[in-house]
Design a protein around this ligand. Sequence first.
Ligand SMILES: [Zn+2]
Length: 362
Amino acid sequence: MKILIGLLSCLFSITSYSQTANQPNIFIITTDGFRWKEVFNGADSVIINDPKYVSDTALLNQIFWDDDLEIRRRKLMPFVWQTVKKQGTLYGNRNYENNVSVVNPYRFSYAGYNEILTGFADPARIANRKKWNNNENLLEFLNNQPGYKNKVAAFASWNLFEYILNNQQGNFYLNCGYEAIEHDSLTDTEVLANLVQRSAVNDQEHTRNDMLTFVTAKEYIQAKHPKVVFVGFGETDEFAHSGKYDEYLQSAHLFDEFIAQLWYLVNKDPFYKNNTSFIITTDHGRGNKAGNWFKHGLFTSGSSNTWLMTLGPLFETKGELTGSGEIFNDQLAQTIARSLGFNFTPLHPVGDPLTLSTAARR
Ligand SMILES: [Zn+2]
């Protein structure tokens, strides 16, 4: 009998392991308030030459400018234009009336991330305040699904993610703002990152340096192999608000590098290889003119304009979309759930799934 039980439990663990291993992995990656214009057009010809927003216009031109659109946008985001364009799909180039938009009218971050991660453009999500979010989010939902239990992890530069994701019970792993990295087997790099966070940073109240968020995410991913990962970067928005177009572009360039490194990391790791997809977006747009690019909100036109990139086996490979149409950020949560084979059914409304997922159409 003992042998039979042993054999059965062995068989069971093999089944559940291989089921987990075969089930697709998904990474949701965002950078805060990054405009569609820079994604698709590269550096802006007017702003890059305005000394009000750029410390050294000649040098910034040297780094990010070219008269040729293709070269210019590749200078800013080489991974996006070399790899995502060939192997994935890019939505939101408004030059072709290919629109991606937020539904919520506020065009602020709390409302924007709530929309992406709960699928609900909640009319009550107004201010960026430390207020617990009562909407059910996709990460919490996935963490309760077979094969994904305790396999969900989120990392963010902005400290308000603690409230947006309302993970008070600690059901999934969340590290945001200048929160120390804590889990049962810290690597040397994580110990170092904790030291840097504690000692080298003046303002620990708000948005963490994106590089620290990246290191935190990367170490955890390598060691723990979460199957659902959220990584939210924040510096594009921070530098835009300070009116520093040079640093805004540099942050975007770094964001592109982070995606490249994460893509490389997962595709050299047998746990993730050929079974991991990325969905990449932003929580809101910003002003679409040279005089208001740095701000966003209800009354700044352009603030609802976002963009979306998909990459990996769950999604179709269409390259840069050049046909007209519109999709919305509130559709992403259900799209992701369906692509993993689940139906996201919280108590609040959820945007319809998109058909960008090959799995969703099965
Ligand atoms: Zn902002």
